[in-house]
Design a protein around this ligand. Structure first.
Ligand SMILES: [Zn+2]
Length: 308
């Protein structure tokens, strides 16, 4: 038996690219078995589908669901968890002590808030999802999101460099000898975590990736990834037939300066050398602020710009 729904509104926005022509006064959309089949004026459509469930009384604004392409799925913002807003590099210290709430709670709150504001698809971009605890939290969060009905992209995230300070080797050399050993675990990652990251990605991809739900790859940020790690990310994306890669980039003047010093060129060009910027459809760079017109990457991508 088919499941037919008619959604109606005072105005139905069907396609923002059409401008005013995409807005239908007293409009409606027909959805059959989850697929949008027709849009038009409610008075003309309703009689064609006599048994349909009708949602809306004609006074609402009807519009396509919004997409949040970048959320960290915390449910609450760092400010709501007691952490002041600050420059990124200062904030890293505070984030390290931010309370970590249960994933079934944060995912549920996150989904609820998105749905309430008209967003029907969200991308949860994780951070430091390594090890057994990272896997446990990822599974619980995904199952919670899916139970709410929201559409989901989920990217487990991990870094293998720049845990606390960019250029960790140089930083550690500035410390007195007795502090070096004590500080080392806070500054350097256990490189073996990269193995557990790819195991987790494969596990999540096998379990959840389908036409409705996407599992993406996410080196947390370009300034915290070694070339060896990025090569593995690139290879894994190709192995799975072109998985989207999501990677923070150029969020602060410090990151910009660090990239120039480390690579002798802008970090975007270095990423291009690693085979990451060939297709805009393969890579998302959240938070990135980059303005350049002369380089081949810029010609392929146009300007790369995202919000803070
Ligand atoms: Zn972010």
């Amino acid at each position: 038996m088919t499941d037919t729904i008619i959604m109606r509104g005072a105005y139905a926005i069907t396609d923002p690219r059409l401008g005013a022509a995409g807005v239908i006064p007293a409009g409606a959309v027909v959805i059959i078995d989850g697929i949008v089949k027709q849009a038009g004026r409610f008075a003309e459509i309703a009689s064609k589908y006599p048994g349909a469930d009708i949602i809306g009384d004609g006074t609402q604004l009807l519009m396509p669901g919004l997409v949040d392409a970048h959320s960290h799925g915390r449910g609450l913002s760092p400010i709501q968890k007691g952490v002041r807003n600050d420059f990124l590099e200062n904030a890293l210290f505070d984030w390290a002590y931010m309370p970590i709430l249960p994933p079934e709670l944060t995912a549920a709150v996150c989904a609820l808030r998105h749905l309430r504001s008209g967003c029907t698809l969200l991308h949860h971009n994780g951070f430091d999802d390594d090890g057994a605890e990272g896997a446990r939290r990822a599974h619980l969060a995904i199952r919670t999101y899916l139970s709410t009905g929201i559409r989901l992209a989920f990217s487990p995230g991990v870094r293998d460099e720049s845990k606390l300070a960019m250029g960790g080797e140089e930083f550690i050399e500035t410390l007195p000898p007795d502090l070096k050993a004590e500080a080392s675990p806070f500054v350097f990652f256990d490189k073996a975590l990269a193995d557990s990251y790819f195991r987790l990605f494969d596990e999540l991809y096998e379990a959840y990736n389908n036409a409705e739900t996407r599992i993406l790859l996410a080196p947390c940020w370009a300034h915290g990834a070694s070339e060896a790690f990025l090569r593995r990310v690139r290879a894994k994306a190709d192995e799975r037939g072109g998985v989207m890669i999501h990677m923070h980039l150029l969020q602060s003047p410090v990151q910009k300066a660090y990239g120039l010093r480390r690579h002798g060129k802008p970090t975007v060009f270095w990423l291009d050398d690693q085979g990451f910027c060939h297709q805009p459809s393969e890579l998302q760079l959240p938070h990135a602020q980059w303005h350049h017109t002369g380089h081949a990457v810029a010609r392929r991508w146009g300007q790369c710009r995202d919000g803070p």
